[in-house]
Design a protein around this ligand. Structure first.
Ligand code: FES
Length: 257
């Protein structure tokens, strides 16, 4: 284990949604290279509290890449310099001594800043609320293989289901689009037999809810690069295909009523 010394953290401080915000610089020293990025912020916060200053507000929960709560732009990159990694899994060994690290919140119109590095990502919940469910009966776990699912389909659905809803895709996108997130949430249900009953109403409702909050996708692909779960932009193509079909299928079902 070695220690990093003389780190300068340039951190975005913003007292609330209506404050303009500004950067403040803090020196941190003797940080173990085995510490996670969030643990390094904990060290800074402990010091700030001991000095009677306000701690830096940032989101975190599981600290093991599951919940999608951690959300920092580190040197302009969503979740920092290591691909396929959430901020909480990023270790200080990715940095060197005597450097400046710029830490900002997600920057997107759909994610208003609450305080410092914490943003309001409820818009993602609204998209899921619009259609991210199945009406298949729940209850006891069914026997394995009761509903046969082809291996490639199961794999593709599980890959999409890896989305942890952190919003890095939105933060990385020059348009602030949430197509990777919405595509992943739609795809993991729409590919499976259990998700067929609402397939097209789901695609229509979730895409249209997404458009209320977020920008439009123009295929930059930044979202795929920023995703801590390396979700492929293929899910966007699948979502677009289902959305287009929904416009025909849902219209037909309307004309029958
Ligand atoms: S804190 Fe849960 S994914 Fe990072």
């Amino acid at each position: 284990m070695t220690h990093l010394t003389n780190l300068t953290l340039k951190i975005w401080r913003q007292s609330g949604p209506d404050d303009g915000g500004h950067f403040e610089s803090y020196k941190v020293d003797e940080i173990s290279d085995e510490a996670s990025f969030l643990e390094m912020l904990d060290v800074l916060n402990e010091r700030l509290i001991n000095e009677g200053q306000e701690a830096v507000v940032f989101d975190h929960d599981c600290r093991e890449g599951i919940c999608g709560t951690c959300s920092l732009m580190i040197d302009g990159v969503a979740h920092g310099p290591q691909r396929g990694t959430a901020t909480c899994q990023l270790h200080m060994r990715k940095f060197t001594s005597n450097v400046e690290i710029v830490v900002e919140p997600w920057r997107a119109t759909g994610f208003p800043i609450i305080k410092d590095l914490m943003t309001d990502r409820a818009a993602l919940d609204r998209i899921v609320e619009a259609g991210g469910y199945i009406t298949a009966p729940t209850g006891g776990a069914p026997d394995a293989n009761l509903i046969p699912v082809a291996k490639p389909v199961a794999d593709a659905a599980m890959d999409a289901a890896e989305c942890i809803g952190c919003g890095a895709c939105v933060a990385a996108c020059p348009n602030g689009a949430a197509n990777l997130f919405t595509g992943a949430k739609i795809t993991h249900l729409n590919l499976l037999p259990q998700g067929q009953a609402e397939r097209f109403s789901r695609a229509e409702a979730m895409v249209e809810k997404m458009e209320e909050y977020f920008g439009s996708c123009t295929n930059h692909g930044e979202c795929e690069a920023a995703c801590p779960k390396s979700i492929s932009i293929d899910v966007i193509a699948l979502m677009n295909a289902d959305y287009l079909k929904s416009k025909i299928k849902n219209r037909k079902s309307l004309s029958r009523t």
